[in-house]
Design a protein around this ligand. Structure first.
Ligand SMILES: Cc1cc2nc3c(=O)[nH]c(=O)nc-3n(C[C@H](O)[C@H](O)[C@H](O)COP(=O)(O)OP(=O)(O)OC[C@H]3O[C@@H](n4cnc5c(N)ncnc54)[C@H](O)[C@@H]3O)c2cc1C
Length: 378
């Protein structure tokens, strides 16, 4: 495929900024469109941190993709001189009998990941801020830590522009249609023709592609920040993020500024969003009940009055596996959608894979389990 292939990237957020970077790095002519501007906090990105981890709870088939992403995280940092990710570790904890803990233990062993298994005594000595329960397992994933989402999206988009990409800000795409051998992208300013289009509109996927054959549920996620009473425990030399599988799936990250700890909950606790353009951003006191239960049970040294609350959106598929690949009725339209609460860490790898798909029509990466090709369920 000629390097001068013209490719549109619709949605320059988490995935789109990485797609634009990887396409521009390969010499493609890239035109990005975003309804806002790269780095905004109205979709799935924002809220100052995202967890990066190498071990996977859900499915160990993600591990090779995480290794690919890991290399590209370092590459983007090296090319831009920005600290986008800091490897502070991540504690994965939950009942030993829980299937997700079994997947973690299997994936660290199978893929030879840098990790430690901690018993309750060692956890209490090293990380006294956590209270575990009898029968819990704790794994410290050492090739893990936090990513800065706003900085990452802006940095990847800027790097793409340095490499020749054009990004149209505050320019929502209204329609994508097939043309003879290519694709037309329509905005309020007119239509442009491309050889291929990568669609990365995140929670707006049903808006732009209402006839998608797979279901993507858009949900509203609340992030809540709490101040610890013993900051030294949270912000010492070891300051891992954590994920707990059960009884309530939740996660948290010490904030980079060393003041507060951000907490978040799992999919089932997030309300559905009817219209992504009218996201309810006010958090009602009752929505904090689950956070309070988690603090009382597992994180007793966090003061239960939040100092910050923010609301985001994310697209979820039924299986939680994203949709990556061409649309069934147009091989020149590559979709990346439905990252189901775990896409940020993968985003540079997804950008690279989308570039394979848009430029070469296929990818040698192990993506069968997330591919749109021959997919019968979401
Ligand atoms: C609160 C929260 C916490 C999370 N925590 C983690 C975590 O710790 N680790 C992890 O790996 N993942 C995490 N995730 C998941 C991860 O953030 C998402 O999977 C990822 O951000 C999805 O990226 P996206 O590109 O699909 O969507 P977005 O980043 O929202 O990008 C979509 C872009 O498309 C643009 N757009 C929409 N419609 C149009 C249009 N018609 N024309 C032009 N542009 C358009 C939007 O403006 C936006 O910029 C979390 C998600 C949330 C919400």
């Amino acid at each position: 495929m000629p390097a001068s292939k013209r490719v549109a990237v619709v949605g320059v957020g988490t995935m789109g900024s990485q797609v634009a970077w990887r396409l521009a790095a390969r010499g493609a002519e890239v035109v990005g469109y975003d309804r806002f501007a790269p780095g905004h906090d109205r979709g799935a990105a924002g809220g100052e941190t995202r967890i990066f981890r190498s071990a996977h709870f859900e499915d160990s088939r993600y591990v090779p993709l995480l290794k690919h992403a890991d290399v590209l995280w370092d590459e983007l940092q090296r090319e831009t001189g920005r600290e986008l990710r800091r490897l502070t570790g991540c504690l994965l904890m939950g009942p030993t009998a829980h299937h997700q803990m079994a997947t973690v233990l299997r994936s660290v062993a199978e893929h030879d990941l840098d990790h430690e298994v901690l018993d309750a005594d060692r956890l209490a000595r090293r990380f006294p801020q956590y209270r575990v329960e009898d029968g819990d397992a704790v794994v410290l994933d050492r090739r893990a830590g936090f990513i800065r989402p706003e900085l990452t999206v802006q940095t990847a988009a800027r790097r793409a522009e340095e490499l020749g990409a054009t990004i149209h800000r505050y320019t929502p795409v209204r329609e994508i249609t097939k043309t003879g051998g290519g694709v037309a992208v329509r905005t309020d300013e007119g239509s442009e023709r491309f050889d291929a289009v990568v669609v990365t509109v995140g929670p707006w996927v049903n808006d732009l592609l209402p006839d998608l054959p797979w279901e993507v549920e858009v949900r509203r996620l609340v992030s809540a920040w709490y101040v610890p009473t013993t900051p030294d425990a949270w912000f010492g030399p070891e300051r891992p993020a954590f994920i707990r599988t059960a009884p309530t799936h939740c996660y948290g990250l010490p904030s980079p500024d060393g003041v507060s700890v951000k907490l978040g909950l799992s999919r089932t606790l997030h309300r559905l969003v009817d219209d992504p353009n009218r996201l309810e951003r006010t958090v009602q006191p009752a929505e904090l009940d689950t956070f309070n239960e988690i603090i009382g049970r597992h994180l007793p040294d966090l003061h239960p009055d939040p100092v910050r609350l923010s609301v985001f959106m994310e697209g979820y598929t039924e299986s939680s596996r994203p949709l990556v690949g061409p649309l069934p009725d147009d091989e020149n339209v590559v979709l990346l959608a439905g990252f189901s609460g775990h896409g940020f860490k993968l985003s540079p790898a997804m950008g690279d894979i989308a570039a394979d798909l848009a430029l070469d029509g296929g990818s040698a990466r192990p993506i069968d389990f997330i591919s749109t090709t021959n997919r019968t369920e979401a």
